[in-house]
Write a protein that binds this ligand. Structure first.
Ligand code: GLU
Length: 510
C-alpha cells in the first residue's frame, strides 16, 4: 500500500454503541494496525435532534474496554483537531458555498407546506415522492430564482438548505473492497440536503466527505447501511475535485438476528437474553440496556467473537488474541453476506477464555466481585479459588455463586441435600469424621485424603455418603468442587467449626 493508511471510526452519539458499531471500530483498528497506519476517532454530532448526552462517553469507554486504541481523535487530539464535528462547524459552510458556485449544489427555500403539496400530488399520481431532478425546478430554489432574489432571501433571514444537484441519467461506477464493482444510475437518486441554515450545520454527507478529505483518510470501512450513500459520496469527491485522494471504501456486512432474517436489534437481545451493547447503558430518560462487560464477559472473548462475525481467517483457528487478529486480518476475507449472531457462541468463547486463565489472571477478575460481597482476601487466595472453579464458569457473574462457600460458612442448608444426607448413621458418622480431621496437622488436600480414605474403608462407609455429608456441613448445598479442595482452602479450624455448626443447628431428618 503506497499511501499511508489512515482510517476512522466515525460514530454519531445518538445512544449506546451497538455491537455492530463495535465490530466496525474493530475492523478499522485491525486494518490500521495490520498496515502500520493510524486509527482516528471522529464524533459525528451534527444531527442536534438525535444527540444523546452520555453517548460519546459511552463510545469512548466501550473502545477502551475492548482494547481498541485510538491514535488521533476525540479524547486524544492530533494534527487535525478538533475531531468533534460540532466544534468544526465554521469549516463546512465554505465548502457548501463552493459547491453552489460550481453548479453542483443549490439553495432551496421551500417550506414544509410546499413539500407536502408536492408529496400529495405524487401520491395521487401513484408515485413515491422524491426530491430530485423532476421536482427541484418546481420549487423556490436558486436554480429558478434570480441571483438577486436568492441574495435577498438569505439576507432577510429566510431559512434555506443547500442541496446536492444530482446529475440526470449518468452512471456512477464505484469500487468497493468487499462488494466489488457497483454501478448506479443517478436518476434513481435524490437531491440530498448538505447544509441547513436553521442550525448552521452540515448534514452527515457533507461533513463526512469534507472531514475524510481534510483528515487524509485513506480507507473508509463502515457498515453496509451506508452503501446507498456511496454514489453521492463519489460525486461529492468529483464535485470538490478530490478524486485523486478519494479514500477506498469497504462496506461491512450486517449483523443478523440469531434466527437469520433481518438486522440484529435490541429487541432480539431482550427476547433471547443476550446483550447487543458492549457496556451497560443508562439513558438520560432512565432506560437501561444490558452490556457484555456487566453481564460477565471478558473483553478479549467478546472481541474474538465479534472479529469472526463477518471475517474468517481461512483456517480452522477460532481463538485469537488481538495481536493474532491484527496479523491475520484482511478485508479480502470479510464476507459479503450478513453474519448471523449466535448468542451461544458468544458464551462458548467466554468460557474458553476463562478456562485458560491462570490464577494470577483470574485474581483481578474475581476480586471486585468478592469485595462487593464484603470478602477481603489476598489476590493469591482469590485467584486460587477462581482457579479451582474456572472449568464450571461461563460468565464471570457466576463466580460468586460458585465460590462463596470458600469464604462464607453456610447459614442454611439446601433442603434436597439435607433430606438425603442428614439422617440415619450420618450425623454420628460426621461426628467421628470430625475427630479424624481434628487429628490431622497437614491439611493439604493430598494428606487429608490419605488419612480420610482408609478411615472410610476401615469403617465400612461409602465415599459418597461421607463426602456428601461433609459437603452439607462445609458448603451447605449439593455443589462445589471436590471436598478436599474445600478442606484445604478453608483450613482445619474453619472446617471443624462448620461441622460443629451443622451438628448443633440441624436436627436429623427422620
Ligand atoms: N456517523 C456515521 C455513523 O454513525 C458514520 C458513517 C461513516 O462511517 O461514514 O454510522
Amino acid at each position: 500500500m503506497s499511501r499511508e493508511v489512515r482510517v476512522r471510526f466515525a460514530p454519531s452519539p445518538t445512544g449506546p454503541l451497538h455491537i455492530g458499531g463495535v465490530r466496525t471500530a474493530l475492523y478499522n483498528y485491525l486494518f490500521a494496525r495490520r498496515h502500520g497506519g493510524k486509527m482516528i476517532l471522529r464524533i459525528e454530532d451534527t444531527d442536534s435532534q438525535r444527540f444523546v448526552p452520555g453517548a460519546e462517553e459511552y463510545i469512548i469507554e466501550s473502545l477502551r474496554w475492548c482494547g481498541i486504541e485510538i491514535d488521533e481523535g476525540v479524547g486524544v487530539g492530533g494534527p487535525h483537531a478538533p475531531y468533534r464535528q460540532s466544534e468544526r462547524r465554521e469549516i463546512y459552510l465554505k465548502y457548501a458555498k463552493q459547491l453552489v458556485e460550481a453548479g453542483w449544489a443549490y439553495y432551496a427555500f421551500d417550506t414544509p407546506e410546499e413539500l407536502d403539496a408536492l408529496r400529495k400530488e405524487a401520491e395521487e399520481a401513484g408515485k413515491t415522492f422524491a426530491y430530485n431532478y423532476e421536482v427541484r425546478e418546481k420549487l423556490p430554489t436558486s436554480l429558478v430564482l434570480s441571483h438577486d432574489e436568492v441574495e435577498a432571501r438569505i439576507a432577510r433571514g429566510d431559512q434555506w438548505v443547500v442541496r446536492f444537484k444530482m446529475p440526470v441519467d449518468e452512471t456512477v461506477a464505484m469500487d468497493d473492497l468487499i462488494r466489488g464493482h457497483v454501478e448506479v444510475n443517478t436518476s434513481t437518486l435524490d437531491d440530498k440536503v448538505l447544509y441547513k441554515s436553521a442550525d448552521a450545520l452540515p448534514t452527515y454527507h457533507l461533513a463526512n466527505i469534507v472531514d475524510d478529505h481534510l483528515m487524509e483518510i485513506s480507507h473508509v470501512i463502515r457498515g453496509e447501511e451506508w452503501l446507498p450513500s456511496l454514489p453521492l459520496h463519489y460525486l461529492l469527491y468529483r464535485a470538490f475535485g478530490w478524486e485523486d485522494t478519494r479514500p477506498e471504501f469497504a462496506h461491512l456486512p450486517l449483523l443478523l438476528k440469531p434466527t437469520g432474517g433481518g438486522k440484529l436489534s435490541k429487541r432480539d437481545g431482550d427476547k433471547m437474553g443476550f446483550p447487543v451493547f458492549p457496556l451497560f447503558w443508562l439513558s438520560p430518560t432512565g432506560d437501561t440496556a444490558h452490556g457484555y462487560r456487566e453481564d460477565g464477559y471478558l473483553a478479549e472473548a467478546f472481541i474474538n467473537m465479534l472479529a469472526l462475525l463477518g471475517w474468517n481467517p481461512g483456517t480452522e483457528q477460532e481463538i485469537f488474541s488481538m495481536q493474532e487478529l491484527i496479523d491475520a486480518f484482511s478485508l479480502e476475507r470479510v464476507s459479503k453476506a450478513g453474519a448471523r449472531f449466535q448468542p451461544d457462541k458468544a458464551k462458548w468463547f467466554n468460557a474458553q477464555y476463562i478456562h485458560h486463565l491462570s490464577d494470577e489472571q483470574l485474581a483481578p477478575i474475581i476480586q471486585p466481585i468478592l469485595k462487593e460481597h464484603g470478602v477481603v482476601v489476598s489476590d493469591e487466595q482469590a485467584g486460587r479459588v477462581a482457579g479451582i472453579m474456572k472449568e464450571r464458569v461461563t460468565l464471570t457473574t457466576e463466580l460468586w455463586d460458585l465460590t462463596s462457600f470458600f469464604f462464607v460458612a453456610p447459614t442454611q442448608y439446601e433442603e434436597k441435600l439435607a433430606k438425603k444426607q442428614w439422617k440415619g448413621d450420618n450425623p454420628a458418622m460426621l461426628g467421628k469424621l470430625r475427630e479424624v480431621l481434628a487429628s490431622i496437622d497437614d491439611f493439604s488436600k493430598e494428606n487429608t485424603e490419605q488419612v480420610v480414605k482408609p478411615w472410610i474403608e476401615a469403617n465400612g462407609y461409602s465415599v459418597g455418603q461421607v463426602m456428601n455429608t461433609l459437603r452439607l456441613a462445609l458448603v451447605g448445598a449439593g455443589k462445589g468442587p471436590g471436598m478436599y479442595d474445600v478442606t484445604e482452602f478453608i483450613g482445619k479450624e474453619e472446617c471443624l467449626k462448620r461441622i460443629d455448626n451443622l451438628l448443633s443447628n440441624l436436627q436429623p431428618i427422620e
